[in-house]
Design a protein around this ligand. Sequence first.
Ligand code: CTP
Ligand code: CA
Length: 224
Amino acid sequence: ALAALRPRDLTGRRVVVTAGGTREPLDPVRFIGNRSSGRQGIALAEAARDRGAEVVLVAAHLEVAAPTGVELQEVATTEQLRVATLDAAAGADAVIMAAAVADYRPETVAPGKIKKEQQGDELTLRLVRNPDILAELAAERTPGRTLIGFAAETESDDDAMLELGRAKLARKGCDHLVVNRVGWNEGFAAAENTVVIVSRPGDIVTRASGTKREVADAILDLLV
Ligand code: CTP
Ligand code: CA
């Protein structure tokens, strides 16, 4: 009901949202992945759409259905997400990196199934760093384009988590960083979310809590 009362205050804006979690293949049947459900990113895409924006949703392995009325680009790996996001970001007014991006990928992808008979009792995987998409976008420094990152932290202390967020904002060079706590029972599949947003310049702090849709609207308010 509240959504209907919101003004269409993003009309004419082009917003790119990444959602879900990337997966890095090990062999034709296995991958290294993470527990992101894509719900917060989907809520952002829906909220931006309802507020009149033209939305591109770059989606990696969503656990729930993607919204209608947005341009959907489905990707699997970090490199695919990188290409789709950089491409969509050209001409966008905002890029919101809600996706959980794999930091590392297997150095080599086995062409056939990895077999126990060949590996024996231990298997060592060698992983290499993936490119940082958010940092890459921040380095472009495109005037008029707002860059919003997310930080999922497992730190239990509120002040310590905020400090992690501040340091990450500075390191990434984005305009805003949405910090939320994740863990075995928090964050990913939940319908609700509690976030702290740190913004440059001067590290202004705003807080939002509620359904993922309510949190999405609070994040989109940063664009208005
Ligand atoms: N991100 C990205 N490319 C990567 C890794 C992360 O664009 N290769 C983005 C995420 O989408 C998120 C932000 O960077 O918006 C922060 O991600 P996070 O995992 O919290 O930070 P990292 O810099 O990867 O640091 P770490 O995981 O070591 O805490
Ligand atoms: Ca990371």
